[in-house]
Design a protein around this ligand. Structure first.
Ligand SMILES: Cc1cc2nc3c(=O)[nH]c(=O)nc-3n(C[C@H](O)[C@H](O)[C@H](O)COP(=O)(O)OP(=O)(O)OC[C@H]3O[C@@H](n4cnc5c(N)ncnc54)[C@H](O)[C@@H]3O)c2cc1C
Length: 347
């Protein structure tokens, strides 16, 4: 199949930046800080070449912006965690890079107030290009790892929101930031800090990026990737804190608050892995039941893989599970691709 009018990305020559590759991005339907404005990987994938487990090579769709033709095999492959086929070529929709961005740091002495402010900003009609939440413990740990004092740590501080707006008109962005500041004032925000230049922005983003690594190093080894409607973030945070208190573990949260996607990190005195024993599984089930009761689900961007699969029935009814297993069987009758990921299946 040839594609003369579009650029076809070949995975052998186009790895993505940093530690991950675009095949992994597609298989996990990855997101990131900018997903709040720009969406996730699925929003950019038009067509995929895949090698099926049975050996055939197919294209899943067409290189077009609209497609109402049959079932959407492209979107079925996105996020399928390498269980249905191996992605070998990718056709993506591209958009222009915005010319400007502004970055603000907003401190709160109450993490619940910080999380309440998140949905209020959207209700005010503003869509930031990033809106990240970092609880104080994650700020301290990541700042230490980066040897940075870029994020001020004041008396009583519980969390920071990192808020970015981007676009092509600087005046509009300044007005957006003013409007955001007005909203934040209703949520007991502390003194706002604006990054002046690219170096300061990079330093703030570096601290956010290091939150995961720093938390693991400090013993917060169990990470959950919960996602709820963003207006429910305060209830999620409150509920998880209560569970931590009742069950004797420490918890720190950070993540893509604008998407309601909160990474909950657990430091348990006895268990360092989520699949280690029944006690930790029971705790995680309680967290996921809370997430479900708030209208959310158990993974926003990390996927299910091997270690989350036992929790799939918390969020899916048996009929949905059977439908998914049926799809796997159609694609992979011999069960050879990433066997055991997402769910167990008998051959
Ligand atoms: C510090 C840290 C921060 C992270 N932050 C984010 C974040 O902000 N947002 C986010 O979405 N994720 C995040 N992640 C999770 C992870 O990095 C992403 O999901 C990433 O996109 C996975 O890509 P990878 O190349 O590392 O994939 P891998 O981990 O190598 O693979 C992931 C899965 O995809 C399958 N796979 C890989 N290539 C192909 C292919 N060509 N065809 C079919 N299947 C394939 C693999 O078999 C595997 O099941 C983070 C992870 C870490 C460690």
């Amino acid at each position: 199949m040839s594609h003369p009018e579009v650029q076809v990305l070949d995975l052998q020559v186009v790895p993505s930046k940093g530690s991950c590759f675009i095949g992994g991005n597609i298989s996990e339907n990855s997101g990131g800080p900018k997903a709040v404005k720009y969406g996730v990987v699925k929003d950019y994938v038009l067509n995929l070449e895949i090698v099926l487990p049975t050996g055939e090579i197919i294209w899943t769709g067409s290189n077009v912006l609209k497609n109402a033709t049959g079932y959407n095999l492209t979107q079925l492959i996105v996020g399928s965690e390498g269980t249905l086929g191996i992605v070998t070529k990718i056709v993506l929709r591209l958009i222009p890079h915005p010319k400007f961005d502004l970055l603000m740091l907003a401190p709160f002495n109450s993490v619940e107030k910080a999380s309440e402010a998140v949905s209020a900003i959207f209700r005010a009609g503003i869509t930031p290009s990033a809106m990240e939440l970092m609880e104080i413990e994650s700020i301290k740990l990541a700042s230490k790892l980066c040897e940075s004092t870029a994020i001020p740590i004041t008396e009583g501080l519980e969390a920071h929101l990192i808020i970015e707006v981007d676009g092509n008109d600087l005046d509009v962005l300044m007005k957006d930031m003013e409007a955001i500041a007005e909203v934040l004032a209703n949520f007991e925000v502390g003194e706002l800090y604006f990054a002046d230049d690219a170096q300061q922005k990079n330093e703030l983003w570096k601290i956010r990026r290091k939150a995961s690594e720093a938390s693991v190093a400090a013993g917060y080894t169990i990470e959950e990737d919960t996602v709820v409607p963003r207006a429910e973030l305060p209830r999620l945070i409150k509920g998880v804190r209560a569970l931590a208190l009742d069950n004797g573990f420490k918890v720190v949260s950070y993540g893509h608050a604008g998407d309601g996607n909160l990474h909950i990190r657990i430091n348990h005195p006895k268990y360092k892995k989520s699949y280690e024993n029944e006690e930790i599984q029971t705790i995680l089930t309680k967290i996921f039941e809370l997430v479900k009761s708030l209208g959310g689900t158990i993974s926003g961007e990390h996927g299910i893989g091997l270690i989350q699969k036992s929790f799939m029935p918390v969020v899916f009814d048996p009929i949905s599970m059977e439908l998914m297993k049926g799809i796997k069987k159609v694609f992979d009758p011999n069960h050879i691709l990433n066997a055991g990921k997402i769910f167990d299946l008998k051959k």
